[in-house]
Design a protein around this ligand. Structure first.
Ligand code: NDP
Length: 448
């Protein structure tokens, strides 16, 4: 029925017109909408009740001024954002990103993706995202603290354990979450642990939350490979980035018998043909907050390639774990030509639409971020469970729960792809399985 395709195309045009200049948001919406025509055909109620149109419009968007003073007393003004995209399945849930490139478009694309990702976890969490154009890089601890306190002085009135629960993302790690939660606690006069996830385990955080996104990506990758009678063990892998997601993806890859030969940061790429020494990467990034180029001082046989593309390095497994649109058409072609067999996304939307086409034609096993990197938010929901019951689970128990969730997400993506006639296409599977859960809840709630 061509009407469904026509309808989808009209909805997309409206999104572009109503959100001018927000190209990342347009890209994220298009990627989902392009897979939904068969669902509209099968379930006309979704079209009648304008579910897709409603999903594309955030429930609320908050933009605010964040003034703060640096160590020299100079005043700076940043901009803060929080977008509550969809609360059909639970409180808004999604991280905060602090990076100079952040503007409303960034937060909306991430928030939109988060709706479907969170639905795929099967846990009671809606979709949201937030952040600021503040750059924590090069700032002192005190400057980061003052910024976080000012940011929370506005944000606190919009969040709550039953309303909106932020966490970390690029530029927001354990340090920032400590300052943000501390200020929330002070202003509200409540020790409301469930209002934030990614907390330190010594004050209400969950074990495995730090590792969860990276581990989860590798669990998803292993499921994809096993469906093709293959496995991670014995493969050569390349992981972009060297932040939270990248580090723990590398840890799990190595634990499962893969050799990881490269990682990166925004300055360039480290190529270590003998296999990366993860202890050095952790020391540089988690302790010293240094640049990845310093790796070669500790391991002179390795190579630092300034400003180079990591995707030129031959590998069996490619794991983009840095940022959006980091794999373009040329990079995707290079990966396919050099015999890469699987690409699994730790980052959100790391492949451009052109790159996705190349990967699909190349018949790689392709794990989309909204499914593959859902382990972080899933473990955040487990952190909320522990907070609600005033409990703390062991590492082993929590990792097993994460592993089960990732297996279930894979199964749901796999089954939805088969049901809609695209076996092995996990982009289609993830979008449809996530969308249907949210859409059914929205139908049940009436026109709100
Ligand atoms: P971190 O801030 O810990 O690390 C980000 C890494 O990516 C750093 O190595 C950084 O290098 C690099 N990077 C960031 N921006 C760019 C850029 N524009 N160009 C090149 N390199 C860049 O963030 P996370 O590891 O938490 O997040 C990485 C990705 O994973 C993001 O897409 C995020 O949305 C996604 N994600 C994160 C989750 C989590 O639980 N943390 C959950 C799900 C998805 P440098 O330090 O030089 O900037």
């Amino acid at each position: 029925m061509p009407e469904a395709t026509q309808r989808i195309s009209e909805i997309y045009q409206q999104v572009v017109e109503r959100n001018p200049g927000e190209t990342d948001f347009h890209q994220a919406v298009k990627e989902v909408l392009d897979t939904l025509a068969p669902v509209l055909r099968q379930h006309p109620k979704y079209a009648e009740r304008k579910i897709i149109e409603r999903i594309c419009e955030p429930e609320r968007q908050i933009i605010f001024r964040v003034p703060w003073q640096d160590d020299q007393g100079e005043v700076h003004i940043n901009r803060g954002f929080r977008v509550g995209f969809n609360s059909a399945l639970g409180p808004y849930k999604g991280g905060l990103r602090f990076h100079p490139s952040v503007y409303l478009d960034t937060i909306k694309f991430l928030g939109f993706e988060q709706i479907f990702k969170n639905a795929l976890t099967g846990l009671p969490i809606g979709g949201g995202k937030g952040g600021s154009d503040f750059d924590p890089k090069g700032k002192s601890d005190d400057e980061v603290m003052r910024f976080c306190q000012s940011y929370m002085t506005e944000l606190y009135r919009h969040i709550g354990e039953l309303t909106d629960v932020p966490a970390g993302d690029i530029g927001v790690g354990a340090r920032e979450i400590g300052y943000l939660f501390g200020q929330y606690k002070r202003i509200t006069n409540r020790y409301e642990s469930g209002v934030f996830t990614g907390k330190n385990p010594s004050w209400g955080g969950s074990l495995v939350r730090r590792e969860a996104t990276g581990y989860g990506v590798v669990f998803f990758l292993e499921e994809m490979l096993q469906a093709r009678d293959n496995s991670v063990s014995g493969k050569t892998a390349v992981v972009s980035g060297s932040g939270n997601v990248a580090i723990y993806a590398i840890e799990k890859l190595q634990g499962m018998g893969a050799k990881v030969v490269a990682c990166s940061d925004s300055g360039g790429v480290i190529y270590d043909p003998e296999g990366l020494n993860l202890e050095t990467v952790k020391q540089l990034k988690e302790v010293e907050r240094a640049r990845i180029s310093a790796y070669v001082k500790h391991h002179p046989h390795a190579e630092f390639r300034e400003g180079a593309s990591i995707w030129d390095i031959p590998c069996d497994l490619a794991l983009p774990c840095a940022t959006q649109n980091e794999i373009d058409e040329a990079a995707a072609k290079k990966l396919v030509e050099q015999g890469c067999i699987a690409l699994c996304e730790g980052a959100n939307m790391p492949c451009t639409p052109e790159a996705m086409k190349v990967l699909e034609a190349g018949k790689l096993a392709y794990g989309p971020g909204k499914a593959a990197n859902a382990g972080g938010v899933a473990t955040s929901a487990l952190e909320m469970q522990q907070n609600a019951s005033r409990d703390a689970w062991t590492f082993e128990h929590t990792e097993e729960r994460l592993h089960d969730i990732m297996r279930n997400i894979f199964r749901d993506c796999h089954n939805a792809a088969e049901e809609y006639g695209e076996p092995g296409n996990y982009v289609v599977g993830a979008n449809i399985a996530g969308f249907r859960r949210v859409a059914d809840a929205m139908l049940a709630f009436g026109l709100i």
